[in-house]
Design a protein around this ligand. Structure first.
Ligand SMILES: *Cc1c(COP(=O)(O)O)cnc(C)c1O
Length: 356
């Protein structure tokens, strides 16, 4: 057997570009600021930013992510969802021409204290129902006036975020739309509303900037709809290696807690990936894996650095690569078997394994 390859992640940039064009088709009249926080959902922030040459800008959660992009020579408009926490942050925002979201009145106080001569565009983030970041609807007027009075603020955009866009037809989507629509009509401002789910569901067609995340990476933003049905292609593929084949007898057990007991004499495969690599420990026994184009499934509990798979009726030998998700197994499917969402799996694996 040749040397054993560790578990690894492959990122298919052609699929990323395909998904980007798909988003453009859905929102031809809006600018796109792909969301590349959390290391581009585990796909490599700088790699993704360089690949998306046609993006109008990018958005990240934290200042330090934006600084990383600037250091890598990314010169497009960059939105920072969490904005700034103090005057030092603010200096960096000005110095690197970042566009912060302002979601607390004390952040406006910091801007009021700024003594420099530079100016930036900001987003005034409004809580229309998500209840996370954003000034309350009755604070908007004050925030708007104070921001617009500042020399260091060039323009003020209005931004909001849906809480239930992943559920088509959810009542709160309509309520949030109405709250924001009212503000949109009152203030003359650039607007940004939609994440992936809201883009797909066309919850707010007339906005200046959309913020697609998950769909860019080829997972579905909507419950009950597959990525494939939405014309999206998976970007991340996770593979590991079959490192052992055990011929077990009927009645023998596999893994911690003896959760799997062989119902007959059978071959059991051991694959070198586990929860220590970010593979979900919650993954149930029916979670699919792919080996040599054949689909099989986990058996027993996920260990720290390995999983066991059923090799009955499967042709395989040690050293073969095993796909945990990717082109033929959707990450959404694995998430469904693991009581989580694709977002978490992508972030975890991509940020823990080597990306190839
Ligand atoms: C993460 C995030 C997004 C992207 O959401 P997806 O569901 O991945 O498309 C958009 N806007 C804000 C404010 C976010 O925090």
């Amino acid at each position: 057997m040749s040397d054993i390859r560790a578990a690894s992640v492959t990122v298919e940039l052609a699929a990323l570009l395909h998904n980007f064009s798909r988003i453009k088709e859905l929102v031809p009249h809006s600018k796109l600021m792909p969301v590349i926080k959390a290391n581009a959902y585990g796909h490599g922030m700088i790699r993704v930013a360089r690949a998306l040459a046609e993006a109008d800008g990018f958005s990240v959660a934290q200042l330090k992510e934006a600084l990383g992009l600037r250091a890598a020579g990314i010169n497009k408009p960059l939105t920072v969802f969490q904005g700034f926490q103090n005057l030092q942050d603010l200096e960096l925002i000005f110095q690197h021409h970042l566009r912060p979201a302002v979601s607390q009145l004390w952040q406006i106080e910091l801007l009021e204290q700024y003594k420099g001569s530079a100016s930036v565009d900001v987003w005034l983030k409004v809580n229309s129902g998500m209840g996370r970041l954003g000034v309350q609807a009755d604070e908007v007027e004050e925030a708007w006036q104070r921001l617009n009075a500042l020399k260091c603020v060039a323009t003020v955009g209005l931004m909001t975020h849906y809480a239930n866009a992943d559920i088509a037809g959810h009542l709160s989507n309509q309520q949030q739309t109405e709250v924001f629509r009212q503000l949109h009509q009152t203030y003359s401002a650039e607007t940004s509303v939609s994440n992936s789910a809201a883009i797909v569901s066309q919850l707010y067609p007339d906005q200046d900037w959309v913020r697609p995340g998950i769909m860019l990476y080829g997972a579905s933003p909507l419950q009950g709809v597959t990525a494939d049905q939405l014309g999206l292609r998976p970007v991340m593929q996770v593979q590991a290696t079959l490192i052992a084949i055990n011929k077990l007898k009927k009645g023998q057990s596999v893994g911690y807690g003896d959760r799997w007991v062989c119902p007959e004499d059978m071959p059991v495969g051991i694959v070198n990936i586990g929860y220590g690599d970010g593979y979900p420990r919650q993954a149930s026994e029916q979670t699919p894996v792919l080996i040599n184009q054949q689909k099989t499934h986990l058996i027993g509990r996920v260990s720290m650095d390995s999983i066991a798979i059923d090799l009955r009726d499967i042709s395989a030998q040690c050293g073969d690569r095993v796909e945990l998700w990717g082109i033929q197994l959707s990450v959404d499917d694995i998430a469904d078997h693991s009581q989580t969402i694709s977002y978490e799996l992508l972030c975890r694996l991509g940020n823990q394994l080597d990306i190839q």
